[in-house]
Design a protein around this ligand. Structure first.
Ligand code: PXP
Length: 239
């Protein structure tokens, strides 16, 4: 059986908690349920504006939960320092802009970017796996490879938002070609953003896919069936 790993993003457990700024729902409890229901790792995005996940969520999940922790973060000194202190198992470097509702596409990787190279190196030297969130474009993938990243997370938002079978097939083909290049460069292949129970299958079946990172659809479904079933159902779909 193929094993495509499932990273479950629990940011929106914190979004709900922040609506009242009380203790519930607890991200530590969510992380434990994720890992005991078929999720291979817990994913959290610490945003600069702290709109959902707080520093204390990350610290508690890191220290109170046994299992893999994957941190999504902007490639800025504040987050680099925090990651070096917290030591997640892996990070994904993402672009961040204050007004966006959610991450908008992959990192801008054209041209020389010595600061990004330095961040990737310092995280890698600390034993933290580094992936870069990239659009399914050969230029971006080669640039991330040249900068020293060991994994690429392909941004699936254009595929997820594509309207109609024809457009979706076109976006899927771009992801397949990009996946081929990632594997040719001997990097780990991840994908995510906007994936749900209906559109995940073809992405999970891309040759060489190592890991899918999914949040919003799983946490939304959990409202009705519970987090355990929502995670287990997604895990079944991606095998
Ligand atoms: N991958 C990355 C890099 C992301 O920024 C996000 C959103 O935090 C996801 C995956 C998960 O996206 P979604 O919540 O739409 O499943």
């Amino acid at each position: 059986m193929r094993h495509v790993k499932l990273g479950v993003n629990i940011d929106h457990v914190a979004t709900l908690r922040q609506a009242r700024k009380e203790k519930n729902p607890d991200t530590v409890e969510a992380a434990r349920v994720v890992l005991s229901s078929g999720g291979d790792m817990v994913v959290m995005h610490l945003r600069q504006d702290r709109r959902h996940v707080q520093d204390s969520d990350l610290e508690r999940v890191r220290h109170e939960v046994k299992g893999l922790l994957h941190l999504e973060m902007a490639a800025i000194p504040e987050m680099e320092k925090l990651a070096l202190k917290l030591r997640p198992d892996s990070v994904c470097l993402v672009p961040e802009s204050p007004k966006e509702v959610t991450t908008q596409g992959g990192m801008k990787l054209e041209g020389k970017n010595p600061d990004l190279v330095k961040t990737i190196k310092s995280l890698s030297d600390a034993g933290i796996g580094v992936s870069v969130f990239a659009d399914p474009e050969p230029g971006a993938i080669r640039a991330a490879h040249n900068m020293g990243a060991d994994s690429i997370e392909l941004c699936t938002s254009r595929y997820s938002e594509a309207w109609g079978k024809k457009l979706q097939a076109k976006e899927l083909e771009k992801l397949q070609l990009a996946g081929f290049l990632v594997k040719e460069l001997k990097m780990d292949l991840h994908a995510g953003h906007g994936l749900d129970y209906y559109n995940v299958g073809p992405v999970a079946r891309i040759e060489g896919m190592d890991c899918l990172n999914i949040g919003y659809s799983i946490i939304s479904r959990a409202m009705f069936v519970g987090l355990k079933s929502a995670v287990a159902e997604m895990k079944r779909l991606i095998q």
